[in-house]
Design a protein around this ligand. Structure first.
Ligand code: ZN
Length: 274
């Protein structure tokens, strides 16, 4: 889908990034400076009043589908919980040039970072892939490090994506509704690497949340950045139940296949998982 007119203004977008960052902190998914956020905007946004300093920027990957658009993104080493109180100090805005290989970085005089997020390549590549496939004018990505999801990725059986989803989608009726394709599960890759970027792009084509084993998750939404954060919260809640049940000795019955199928039918959810 695309965002209809009238489009959200810059301040509304900054507030929503702050809210998403705050929520990730509240669910213990962004210790220290862990986690990062970006949103692609396909309509014209005048950022020069709040982000008055400009400099040229070479992009780490070619993003031809994003040419002419803008990406608001967190600075490296900044805390997600601090965005809300001073978004301009913690975020940069990149106008993507027509070549899709370079851009203009707009920042505030209060800028508190040197570089953009270390996962900048994965953010850009996922935005580019989804925008080129769907034509959306808005795309949000949140990376965070929720404890229960990350813990489960250290337990060998959960490296199998089918097993992981079979277990996690059976704790709450909401899970299948919000994550109809389940959660993509990737093996460990070095943060910021090209291998992580490529695997994330492939898995994000079919999943709204992707687990980076032994690291964290990345989630996307074409409606709002808070919705991407919600998806992390739904996935993490399922993982918290799973962890609780492991610790309790596996006593729970869980939702049955029939019960999950009934929920999917009632909410019109099209899912390959049932
Ligand atoms: Zn991380």
């Amino acid at each position: 889908m695309s965002i209809p007119e009238p489009f959200p203004e810059l301040d509304e977008l900054l507030v929503s990034i702050g809210e998403a960052g705050q929520r990730m902190a509240e669910i213990d998914a962004s210790e220290g400076a862990a986690g990062n956020v970006s949103i692609y905007i396909g309509w014209a946004l005048d950022v020069r009043r709040r982000f008055s300093i400009s400099e040229p920027l070479t992009l780490p990957v070619a993003v031809r589908a994003l040419a002419g658009g803008q990406v608001i993104v967190t600075g490296s080493g900044r805390r997600l919980r601090d965005i809300r109180s001073d978004p301009a100090a913690n975020l940069g805005i990149v106008t993507i040039r027509a070549d899709g290989l370079s851009g203009e970085l707009h920042t505030s005089p209060r800028r508190l970072f040197e570089q953009l997020t270390s996962e900048w390549n994965s953010h850009l590549a996922v935005h580019d892939d989804l925008v080129s496939r769907t034509g959306t004018n808005f795309h949000a990505i949140v990376h965070a490090q929720p404890r229960h999801l990350t813990y489960l990725s250290h337990v060998p059986e959960y490296a199998d994506e089918a097993f992981f989803n079979q277990r996690l989608l059976r704790w709450e009726p909401e899970t299948i509704v919000n994550l109809p394709s389940g959660i993509g599960v990737l093996p460990f890759q070095v943060p910021g690497s090209a291998a992580l970027m490529e695997a994330t792009v492939a898995s994000m084509r079919t999943h709204r949340v992707v687990l980076w084993s032994k690291h964290g998750v990345m989630a996307r939404s074409d409606r709002s950045v808070t919705r991407a954060a919600d998806r992390i919260e739904y996935a993490e809640t399922a993982a918290a139940y799973e962890y609780m049940d492991l610790v309790a000795g596996g006593r729970a019955h869980r939702l049955t296949n029939e019960e999950v199928r009934a929920v999917a039918g009632a909410f019109g959810v099209d899912t390959p998982l049932l």
